[in-house]
Write a protein that binds this ligand. Structure first.
Ligand code: NAD
Ligand code: TYD
Length: 359
């Protein structure tokens, strides 16, 4: 059986990947996660139910731990999701992003290289290091610019995007310098189950259910490309199966929406699926001050992964968003458990008096 070392498998995309790997028989998984605020205990509890799954609490930057894990489980691939991932937090605390996303990835690469160099040559050929990155490394598009391609120059604008760009460059360099079989994926905005409610879609769902304001930055006309999380996970698995070492692959949903459109669609969905007496969800929409350096538009040209690896998204925005809303409605225990003192403190410090924590 294939053995994956997955980093950050307690977070949103990593957990969806691990669940699919275990339920679809992609392989056995060892999940290495530091359990930051973004790793929900309920998510880890869900994963623990599955056979062929192990969890290790630790930091990807801990070289001794990583070396030990690699020797012990001898993985066929490392799938590197672990990161600090929220742009707004990167504006407040860029050092955390540099530490995990840059230094952590550098340390992980160094230990993976040492492990890979000891493998017999046949196993060296089949080993893969898959680095999960973002479209944000490419910067911001104007309204009529063509979507990002794999050869679009890097122009990161937030500390988050800059830290991911730095890690992408390190991953590339370990392939070119040492021959480590690395592949990088740059994906657009994900949404779906198990996403921490600090990102746009789950924040809006949780706020709406609690009849609290829905804070939209600026004029709400910033554009993102949206992809259902399972489609992203299947793309990563396809890259593991068929991708060429040294290559990068853009992944996206061909689904550009303004933030206002996304929130209005969510309000319409909730109005039908979860009407509450005397509540018009649209009336909760509140425009708030803009994010500093807010990128105006992201769009992905995913034709390379479609044509070369035969990947296509399975969900439309409507079907994916409906599944997402249904998941949050049926996992109120998970949502309630997020309401820690830290979470309330984040909302209070970030949004000031505009919001209070969902109750
Ligand atoms: P997330 O914030 O939900 O989860 C990150 C996970 O990594 C958490 O479980 C956290 O505990 C863990 N982690 C953080 N620092 C760690 C460290 N030093 N060592 C070990 N574990 C650590 O993030 P996500 O949204 O699931 O994103 C996963 C990856 O996908 C990230 O690399 C992100 O840059 C990338 N990505 C995300 C999106 C998106 O829309 N969410 C889009 C494209 C790419
Ligand atoms: P986010 O989910 O933080 O993802 P990213 O910044 O990585 O794209 O934000 C998605 C979009 O939603 C982005 O343009 C910022 C906007 N946004 C709001 O308008 N209000 C909010 O409260 C949040 C968290 C995001």
């Amino acid at each position: 059986m294939i053995k994956f070392l997955v980093t950050g498998g307690g977070g949103f995309i990593g957990a969806n990947f691990v669940r699919l790997a275990l339920t679809e028989g992609w392989g056995a998984v060892l999940n290495l996660d530091k359990m930051t605020y973004a790793c929900h205990p309920g998510t880890l509890a869900m994963l623990r139910r599955y056979p062929n799954y192990q969890f290790v609490h630790g930091d990807v930057g801990d070289r001794a731990l990583v070396a030990d894990l690699l020797q012990t489980i001898q993985p066929d691939a490392v799938i590197h999701f672990a990161a600090e991932s929220h742009v707004d937090r990167s504006i407040n605390s860029p050092q955390d992003f540099i530490q995990t996303n840059v230094v952590g990835t550098a340390n992980l690469l160094e230990e993976v290289k040492a492990y890979w160099q000891q493998r017999p040559s046949r196993e060296q050929d089949t080993f893969r290091f898959i680095h999960i990155s973002t479209d944000e490394v490419y910067g911001s598009l104007g309204p009529t610019d063509p979507p990002f391609r794999e050869n679009t120059p890097y122009a990161p604008n937030s500390p988050y995007a800059a830290s991911k760009a730095a890690s992408d460059h390190l991953v590339r360099a370990y392939h070119h310098t040492y021959g480590l079989p690395t592949l990088t994926t740059n994906c657009s905005n994900n949404y779906g189950p198990y996403q921490f409610p600090e990102k746009l879609i789950p924040l809006m769902i949780c706020q709406a259910l609690a009849q609290q304001p829905l804070p939209i930055y600026g004029d709400g006309q910033n554009v993102r490309d949206w992809l259902y999380v399972e489609d992203h996970c299947r793309a990563v698995y396809r890259v593991w199966q068929k991708g060429q070492p040294g290559q990068t692959y853009n992944i996206g949903g061909n689904c550009e929406k303004t933030n206002l459109e996304v929130v209005q669609t969510l309000c319409d969905l909730l109005q039908t699926r979860y009407p509450q007496p005397n509540v018009n969800y649209h009336s909760l929409i509140t425009f708030v001050g803009d994010r500093p350096g807010h990128d105006r538009r992201y769009a992905i040209d995913a034709s390379k992964i479609q044509q070369e690896l035969g990947w296509q998204p399975q969900e439309t925005f409507t079907s994916g968003l409906t599944k997402t809303v249904e998941w949050y409605l049926s996992h109120q225990d998970w949502v309630q458990a997020v309401r820690t003192a830290d979470y309330s403190a984040w909302l209070a410090s970030h949004y000031g008096s505009t919001l209070s924590a969902p109750h």
